[in-house]
Design a binder for this molecule. Structure first.
Ligand SMILES: Nc1ncnc2c1ncn2[C@@H]1O[C@H](COP(=O)(O)OP(=O)(O)OP(=O)(O)O)[C@@H](O)[C@H]1O
Length: 946
């Protein structure tokens, strides 16, 4: 509480006032002189030389304004808080009360999600000069652009309805803010200032009401301010519209929310503590400049600046000036901090603390200095706070109240919502029986959410089997649409065949070209890119849709997203799968969230403001940041997403998980296809010698390598786009290794390469580089040169771009990752291309492994751990090739011979840049490595248990 003014202070004030009047008169004369010289109005001078950022300029400065609006605007003050601010309109001219209303909304706007909240009504006190002693010492009655920052005439600015902010310089707000607990127990009454009241009474001795004064103000102004004011008045008639604004407390500073006004801007620029925020286009100041600003503002006709809330005492018998804390207009919002509790993120207000203390579930967190409550008290709290004129506490957004509706009704303290066990009796028993416990829980979660979810389990946790099971639960609503990256279309086909034996293979339709029918099967598998070309085929929407790698939809402007979103919005069940739903920023989640819950955040901007730290920039809004992630995580987990990390379910996982990835035959170009067919023919031609057959086999093997290059590159790029951080790629042929490294270089993906040409010293160095560096993403390794003696335990994924006839070598290669130091379950992906040597190599490898297993020499069984069930061709011709493979690779010395033959293989013209044979869309979609993983760490901590 502040002390009343002493006689000495009062005297000093009066002296200063007189001095100021003298200065003003002198200055008026000076300016009159100058304006006669220049022939232009002073106000116009302000307009040109004192303007703020250009976006604040009025467009039609000469448009006449209506004077009658000024008073009417007072009544609009209660609508000063709203969320409807037109962002780009800068027309500040008021020609009608309606316009005045619109403009006022804009000017007085303080962003809020609580439109029903009303700020305190405007206090209107005219003709009051604050005590000069309250002026901050650093503003020594300076003159600014024709305005003097001293106390003005008591009758000089009757059009300006403002009150002095008493004692603005005396009480640091930071102190007020940080003393929440102490102050909470203090009296809620603002002390009153008798000095101010006396002055108020004096100013009103004419018996006029405040509104009377406003109506008559014009003549008073002109009379007292002489010719200067006449000139200014003329300008204002044309150029300055009636404007209302407000001072709003912002921590230990205050903001001025008002539209453009050249004169006011000049005042702003004169204040030492000024700061302009281009993002919000508002000026703010330290409290030390408050008095000076208000005084100067009062001198600008037709500018009404609502004082800081509580800045005027009215009545009461207290003697001191009100202290800063009790004057604060506090604004804040509710945020969710757990499934059961929300927090009031707001500054200090005594009245607010009183309300907080009425809540049964209140808890004060001494660390964060914030109060939090059970969700069931949210609505009660908001209602009570609404009755506090000095407080604006925004409630939780509607999306959150909908998602947590039951918690708001009656809060359960359970960390997760109860998920009932789903009845899977209608689903193929083979599938249900094979589900791991956490996978079963995933299926239950999806069914509890009526088949709409984002399944964001870590990579390799078996999202495919879960998605098939969820979709199968809704089998009555099929046909099913499965949208996937093109590199895994056939892997999905295999997975359906494997897990749903009741599904006839001919009911599965893999869409390969744009001439295919999107609805031909009961299960229709299509790539993102083809979907965007075929969507027009759809007459009736799919009711059940699976989207694999749903982060491919993160950019709403892509053709993929534009084609998929309408389908997802109308589908009854939407199963999105992604191990990395967002890799860089929360904005990437938006499309996936609304794909699952179209009613959540219908406007991206609302999402952006809350979770993307949206900032207004000169060029528009920047949504690349992140904010409120804890709350976003809670929202996603409650209503949209299920994510388990490998570490969460490690005990349920096998040490190694192998996956056969059937790469698209369409990716083998015509030339390679012809070469393969010719080689296959050679092998099965009767009159060929053994030697010739073997040579044909080698050619077949080599041509396979060549043919698979585009598919292998596409798969690697898809992995990178999916956020795979570190993995090994094994290949055998030099041309395959070359093509992969070339493509990685082209994409600026950091990688190492070890092949037969790498020296022993370099091998170890490169290995260490990969192990220790965060930047190195891919290790490109030769199956025969890097399958031993190296440790790559920092990776947990191995991709075999090529198969190799010796399974022992493959297992050794796998074990570069699966070894001591490995803490995760390891994923092994074998890329297998149909119609190539892989058709024979794959079963051959399985056969050999089986034999080793039976002999107790291998604990690995390929076929049980992969989708490769019925892979072997039964055709006699193919059987013959298989036999040839078997014999050739079993004969003594065949390895050496084959190795030599394959290593020296040069396809000549065939060794083009295989990357060029990829779809342009695939190449474009895969962004460069740079910046790709910046959000990864955040994402993992963001999604791991709190
Ligand atoms: N319950 C299970 N029984 C047998 N094999 C399984 C099971 N769950 C997953 N697998 C196998 O684990 C491998 C990885 O599964 P899947 O490809 O579905 O993982 P993912 O979560 O989709 O990984 P990514 O994100 O890398 O695509 C596959 O070979 C799959 O067949």
């Amino acid at each position: 509480m502040s002390l009343p003014l002493t006689e000495e202070q009062k005297k000093k004030i009066e002296e200063n006032r007189q001095k100021a009047l003298a200065r003003r008169a002198k200055k008026s004369l000076e300016e009159q002189y100058q304006s006669t010289d220049s022939g232009s109005s002073i106000a116009a001078h302000h307009f040109q030389s004192r303007q703020g950022p250009s976006h604040n300029l009025p467009r039609e400065s000469s448009k006449p304004s209506s004077h009658s609006v000024i008073f009417k605007q007072q009544n609009l003050s209660s609508s000063s808080v709203g969320d409807q601010r037109p962002h780009k309109s800068h027309n500040f001219h008021l020609n009608s009360p309606e316009q005045a209303k619109g403009i006022w909304k804009r000017q007085g706007e303080v962003s809020t999600a609580c439109p029903s909240h009303s700020p305190p009504s405007q206090m209107t006190v005219t003709g009051i000069s604050p005590p000069l002693a309250q002026c901050p010492p650093e503003i020594p009655n300076q003159r600014v652009s024709g305005y003097e920052l001293d106390q003005g005439h008591s009758h000089a600015s009757h059009e300006i309805k403002l009150a002095p902010f008493a004692n603005a310089t005396h009480e640091p707000l930071a102190k007020a803010k940080s003393s929440q607990e102490t102050a909470a127990s203090a009296s809620g009454q603002s002390p009153r200032d008798p000095e101010l009241e006396a002055r108020t009474a004096k100013a009103s001795t004419s018996g006029q009401t405040i509104s009377d004064i406003h109506y008559n103000s014009g003549s008073v102004t002109h009379r007292t301010e002489g010719k200067l004011q006449q000139k200014l008045g003329a300008f204002r008639q044309n150029a300055v519209s009636s404007q209302q604004g407000a001072c709003i407390r912002n921590g230990d500073r205050f903001q001025v929310k008002i539209g453009y006004n050249a004169e006011l801007l000049a005042v702003f620029k004169s204040l030492p503590s000024r700061s302009y925020d281009p993002a919000t286009k508002t000026w703010d100041f330290s409290m030390t400049d408050y008095s000076a600003l208000m005084k100067a503002a009062r001198r600008i006709p037709k500018v009404t600046l609502q004082p800081l809330e509580g800045a005027v005492g009215s009545g009461g018998g207290q003697t001191g000036l009100p202290s800063a804390p009790s004057l604060a207009f506090v604004k804040g919002r509710c945020t969710l901090i757990s499934r059961a509790r929300f927090e009031a993120d707001i500054g200090y207000s005594e009245d607010l603390i009183t309300v907080f203390k009425q809540m049964d579930s209140r808890t004060y967190d001494v660390k964060t200095r914030k109060w939090n409550f059970l969700l069931e008290e949210h609505n009660k709290l908001i209602e009570r706070v609404r009755s506090l004129p000095q407080v604006q506490l925004d409630p939780l957004p509607k999306t959150l109240t909908l998602a947590f509706a039951s918690q708001l009704e009656k809060t359960s303290l359970c960390l997760t919502a109860d998920v009932p066990e789903a009845d899977l009796s209608g689903v193929d028993p083979k599938l249900v029986f094979n589900l791991m416990p956490f996978q079963r829980a995933g299926v239950n979660f999806a069914i509890a959410r009526r088949g709409r979810l984002l399944l964001a389990d870590d990579m390799g946790l078996g999202k495919t089997i879960q998605a098939i099971c969820i979709a199968a639960f809704y089998q009555k609503e099929w046909p099913l649409l499965v949208v996937v990256p093109s590199s895994v279309r056939f892997t999905w086909e295999q997975a359906f065949l494997r897990w749903l034996p009741s599904l006839s293979p001919d009911r599965i339709n893999v869409v390969v070209t744009r001439n295919d029918c999107l609805t031909a099967g009961l299960v229709n598998i299509v790539s993102f890119d083809l979907l965007s070309k075929l969507e027009k085929q759809l007459k009736t929407p799919f009711k059940v849709v699976i989207v694999d790698e749903s982060h491919f939809l993160k950019n709403s402007r892509t053709a993929r997203c534009r084609a998929s979103m309408p389908l997802l919005k109308v589908a009854k069940r939407v199963i999105l799968l992604s191990g990395t739903p967002a890799m860089s920023r929360p904005a990437e989640l938006y499309t996936q969230i609304i794909a699952v819950k179209p009613t959540f955040f219908p406007q991206f901007h609302a999402f952006g403001l809350r979770y993307c730290d949206a900032k207004r920039q000169p060029w528009g809004w920047d949504y690349s940041g992140s904010s409120n992630l804890g709350e976003l995580k809670l929202l996603l987990e409650e209503a949209v997403m299920l994510r388990r990390l490998k570490s969460d379910v490690l005990s349920q996982l096998p040490a190694k998980q192998r996956k056969m990835v059937v790469v698209a035959p369409g990716r083998i170009n015509a030339k390679a296809r012809a070469a393969l067919d010719a080689a296959a023919k050679e092998m099965t031609t009767k009159d060929k010698s053994k030697r010739q057959q073997k040579e044909a086999l080698i050619v077949f093997f080599n041509r396979t390598a060549e043919a698979k290059i585009p598919s292998a590159i596409e798969y690697i790029l898809d992995l990178l786009e999916s956020g795979r951080e570190k993995f090994l790629v094994f290949a055998h042929h030099k041309m395959v290794l070359d093509a992969i490294t070339k493509e990685l270089e082209r994409k600026h993906v950091q990688h190492i390469r070890i092949d037969g040409a790498t020296s022993s010293a370099d091998r170890e160095d490169l290995c260490q580089q990969f192990q220790l560096s965060e930047g190195h993403t891919v290790a490109v390794l030769s199956i025969t040169a890097a399958n031993m003696g190296l440790t790559f335990s920092s990776a947990d994924l191995v991709v075999f771009a090529e198969l190799f006839w010796n399974p022992g070598v493959l297992i050794q290669a796998e074990d570069r990752v699966h070894r001591i130091g490995q803490t995760s379950s390891v994923s092994i992906h074998y890329l297998v291309a149909r119609g190539t040597a892989d058709d024979y190599l794959w079963p051959l490898i399985q056969e050999k492994i089986k034999v080793l297993g039976e002999a107790g020499l291998s604990e690995t069984n390929f076929s049980e751990m992969t989708e490769a069930t019925e892979y072997l061709y039964k055709d006699p011709k193919q059987q013959k090739i298989y036999d040839l493979f078997q014999k050739s690779f079993e004969e003594d010395g065949s390895d050496t011979e084959l190795l030599q033959a394959t290593e020296s293989f040069d396809p000549g013209s065939a060794s083009q840049d295989m990357g060029d044979t990829l779809d342009e869309s695939t190449l474009m979609a895969s962004s460069p490595k740079k910046g790709r993983f910046e959000f990864f760490d955040n994402w993992d901590s963001f999604t791991s248990p709190l």
